[in-house]
Design a protein around this ligand. Structure first.
Ligand code: PLP
Length: 411
């Protein structure tokens, strides 16, 4: 019999979203009326249709694939240059940020990229992970064997947790100790927190001083409203020597079901070998992609390119404005209900302190049974999320307004 990867056995059994689904299903069976009123603000998935510019580009690409003369087979593993150039020009060059098309690697999602990046990093790294945060960073490190087992609050031995809390505004400071790899996610899922230029500079300075690699997840960059907040880690001087940036079209262009994202690996970014030499990570990632990946579909890359057209940009801005309008309504509703609210200003997530000392799961059950609204318990994003819950602004306007009303009607 084959041996399995025993690291998977260390993963906490009740992963957040299956447990939410279990409780919601049980509730719906017991309470058909509640089921009919149910509004889901749980999973961070977009709800609105694809921008028309994207739909047109996809139709056109399908037609190209239908004709022998314009058909495309395997594309470049790194992504077509037309897309990488559009990304470099619009997301970086237009903001005076130096990122070359050669440094961009197109993929089928940031979730995959966040997990796959561990392929090119050593197993001996001391790894820092914010808490609360997107669970993928922790779980992929568990799977890769970088941790011991979890304790009863779900913290894994061997990981260095960087706690976010109301005092630090859910933006952890660089630690005293030296870490080799640190994950950062701004705007943050789940807290909606953003890091100021000063805070990001502190992280880049820490990374340069300690030879730390920053893994910067900017999946929600499109939601930043405040012009002073950096959109890319590369806006900070020196970041090209210490950071990989992850971007996704999932939340900006509504591509959660289309699947397209990219990472930036600057050419000058180095990591070390066990004998103390250094080598660029760019070549390792290029090698990894060409060995384990065969590129994103041509149709999808044309769809992503269309997000950078004049119309595409306007349509993305309208989508973001829609969700951020919901966020404002939800924030106001929760504040009027007397709740302590974070986030929601530069991110589509509202992060709320549970009232009366309720635990995150107690609040989940209360919202489910009394308001018939599905939220996400903060503790599912790490032990520092206990005592909070997340409301997603990904919804119709009517649902956002109804959720705001129901929160205020809660006893
Ligand atoms: C949604 C999300 C992503 C994007 O994932 P995809 O696989 O590109 O859909 C990445 N990071 C965070 C923190 C997210 O919430």
């Amino acid at each position: 019999m084959a041996y399995l990867n025993e690291n998977y056995l260390k993963l906490k059994a009740g992963y957040l979203f299956p447990e939410i689904a279990r409780r919601v299903n049980a509730f719906c069976e017991k309470d058909p009326e509640g089921k009919a009123r149910l509004i889901r603000c749980g999973i961070g998935d977009v709800t609105e249709a694809l921008p028309p510019a994207v739909v047109d580009a996809m139709h056109k690409a399908v037609d190209e694939m239908a004709s022998r003369d314009t058909f495309r087979g395997y594309g470049p593993e790194q992504g077509y240059l037309f897309l990488r150039q559009a990304i470099a020009d619009n997301d970086f060059r237009a903001h005076d940020v130096e990122v070359d098309a050669d440094e961009i690697f197109v993929s089928d999602g940031s979730k995959c990229d966040c997990g796959n990046i561990l392929d090119i990093l050593g197993h001996q790294n001391r790894i820092g992970i914010p808490d609360p945060v997107y669970p993928v960073y922790v779980d992929t490190n568990v799977m890769a064997g970088h941790t011991g087992t979890a304790n009863d609050i779900g913290a894994y031995a061997g990981l260095h947790y960087l706690p976010g809390n109301a005092e630090n505004g859910f933006v952890p400071d660089p630690p005293k100790e030296k870490l080799d790899v640190v994950y950062l996610c701004f705007p943050n899922n789940p807290t909606g927190a953003v890091a100021t230029r000063k805070q990001l500079k502190a992280w880049v300075d820490y990374a340069l001083a300690n030879d730390t690699l920053l893994l910067f997840d900017a999946a929600y960059e499109a939601y930043i409203q405040n012009k002073e907040i950096p959109r890319s880690i590369y806006e900070i001087p020196g970041a090209r020597r210490c950071a990989i940036e992850f971007r996704s079209f999932s939340k900006s262009g509504g591509f959660t079901g289309v699947r397209c994202a990219f990472i930036v690996v600057p050419k000058e970014l180095q990591a070390k070998t066990p004998d103390g030499k250094t080598a660029p990570l760019h070549g390792l990632w290029a090698r990894r992609m060409s060995t384990k990946f065969n590129g994103v579909s041509y149709i999808v890359q044309r769809a992503a390119e269309a997000l950078y057209s004049h119309q595409g940009k306007e349509q993305v801005a309208a989508l973001v404005a829609h969700y951020m309008g919901n966020a404002k309504i939800l924030c106001e509703g929760a504040r009027k209900a007397g709740l302590k609210v974070f986030g929601g200003e530069n991110a589509p997530y509202i992060w709320v302190k549970t009232p009366q000392g309720l635990s995150s799961w107690q609040m989940f059950d209360k919202m489910l049974t009394e308001a018939n609204v599905v939220i996400t318990p903060g503790s599912g994003f790490g032990s520092a999320g206990e005592g909070y819950f997340r409301i997603s602004a990904f919804n119709s306007r009517a649902n956002a307004e109804e959720v705001a009303r129901r929160i205020q009607a809660l006893k």
